[in-house]
Design a protein around this ligand. Structure first.
Ligand code: GSH
Length: 236
């Protein structure tokens, strides 16, 4: 069976596990500490980053884009009969999601409203772009769940958790994206693509009282001064 090497709250890992769940491909998963990476992982990984997929033959694959392509190369497509042009366009829209994973992490890590507003601009622009592109749904391409849905599911699942905790709606002003988020949550894949400990670990990292979201996203709260130099973290 293939094995995914993971870190519990890593969005790049979740994109891979969500695709495996959507395709009903069985996999083992091993969680590692990123602050104390095991030697066997460092020996296998050229970058030292998760996700890593270890094939049945023992080959270690890295970089989530390449892993997603490998999974697609070795299994039936979620959306059959797409033209090469459509597949290329879909890859581009998937990239529009994954290049914002770290942006969302940085936004959620913001410690004060001013930093939050500053960091959230890029993410909002991404949601505005995809709002214009969405079909009548329920999924990106219509009735069938596809790879673009999987890539955006990661951002939209996290936005869902943030709103449930703080009331802050990252998708305000984007009704199509909001409906898409609900359709994706209703598939059950976001929940299945993460570990049982995910809600608690995500909460501890992004929604404790050290972040503005964690304190309830109170817009009257004074900004920290001076503004923090760091751009916020992802996965510790
Ligand atoms: N471009 C990589 C990014 C993966 C990534 O940033 N992983 C983070 C966890 S979310 C990581 O492994 N960080 C540890 C490190 O960089 O040393 C991919 O798409 O797979």
């Amino acid at each position: 069976m293939i094995k995914i090497v993971s870190f519990t709250i890593c969005p790049f890992v979740q994109r891979v596990t969500a695709l495996l769940e959507a395709k009903k491909i069985p996999y083992d998963i091993e969680f590692i500490s990123l602050s104390n990476k095991p030697q066997w992982f460092l020996d296998l990984s050229p970058t030292g980053q998760v996700p890593m997929l270890v094939t049945d033959a023992g080959t270690a694959l890295f970089e989530s884009d390449a892993i997603v392509e490998y999974i697609d190369d070795t299994s039936a497509p979620l959306e059959p009969d797409l033209t090469p042009e459509q597949r290329a366009i879909n890859r581009a829209w998937s990239y529009q999601a994954s290049k914002h994973y770290l942006v969302q992490c940085g936004t959620m890590s913001a410690k004060d409203p001013a930093t939050f507003q500053d960091r959230t601009r890029k993410l909002t622009a991404a949601f505005a772009r995809v709002e214009k592109q969405l079909s009548d749904g329920p999924f990106f391409g219509g009735d069938t769940l596809g790879n673009v849905d999987i890539a955006w599911m990661v951002l939209l699942h996290r936005a869902h958790i943030v709103q449930a905790h703080s009331g802050f709606n990252m998708l305000a002003g984007f009704p199509k994206v909001k409906a898409w988020q609900q359709a994706l949550m209703d598939t059950g894949i976001p929940q299945k693509s993460v570990a049982a400990e995910f809600p608690q670990k995500f909460h501890n990292f992004y929604l404790s009282d050290t972040t503005w979201l964690g304190r309830g996203a109170n817009t009257n709260e004074a900004p920290c001064a001076p503004a923090k130099a760091s751009s916020g973290g992802c996965c510790g």
